[in-house]
Design a protein. Structure first.
Length: 150
């Protein structure tokens, strides 16, 4: 079975990152990260540290942060860590374990680090903590390299 990549109206592979795109440029175009108030604290090759303030509309029926927002922060950290090198990466799969509740007003910090990489895939671990507080989630994900940045 041959897999044909999805293309847009300019016949570019969807998800392909323009040459010389930096993580900062990706962040500037990341509408979800902007909407959720995700901020870059630190970037290094294969690593990213991000933060997000939990606001009222991020809470669910138990009056704690909805896990989807924590997942989004961790996934964004993996995205930025995986796109800090020569290949543009997208997520292949990911899972998360929630360890402690997060309340409105608390600031989350996600530290993503490359655990392993091959020519086309990467494996990342992301630890999410409350700023100056306990670990709230452990995220593991794999990425796929789409195209070489030049």
């Amino acid at each position: 079975m041959k897999i044909t990549p999805a293309v847009n109206d300019q016949n570019r592979i969807i998800g392909q990152v323009p040459a010389n795109t930096t993580v900062e440029e990706l962040h500037a175009r990341d509408k979800a990260a902007q909407h959720f108030g995700i901020r870059i604290l630190k970037l290094a090759p294969g690593e990213a540290t991000l933060s997000m303030q939990v606001v009222e509309w991020m809470t669910q029926g138990h009056n704690i942060c909805h896990g989807g927002f924590i997942f989004t922060l961790a996934d964004t950290a993996m995205a930025y860590a995986s796109n800090s090198g020569d290949l543009a990466h997208v997520a292949l799969n990911a899972n998360i374990d929630f360890l402690n509740p997060v309340r409105e007003g608390q600031e989350l910090v996600a530290l993503a680090a490359e655990a392993n990489s091959t020519k086309k895939t990467g494996m990342y671990k992301v630890s999410v903590t409350i700023k100056n507080g306990p670990l709230v989630a452990e995220f593991r994900g794999r990425t796929y390299g789409l195209s070489r940045k030049s």
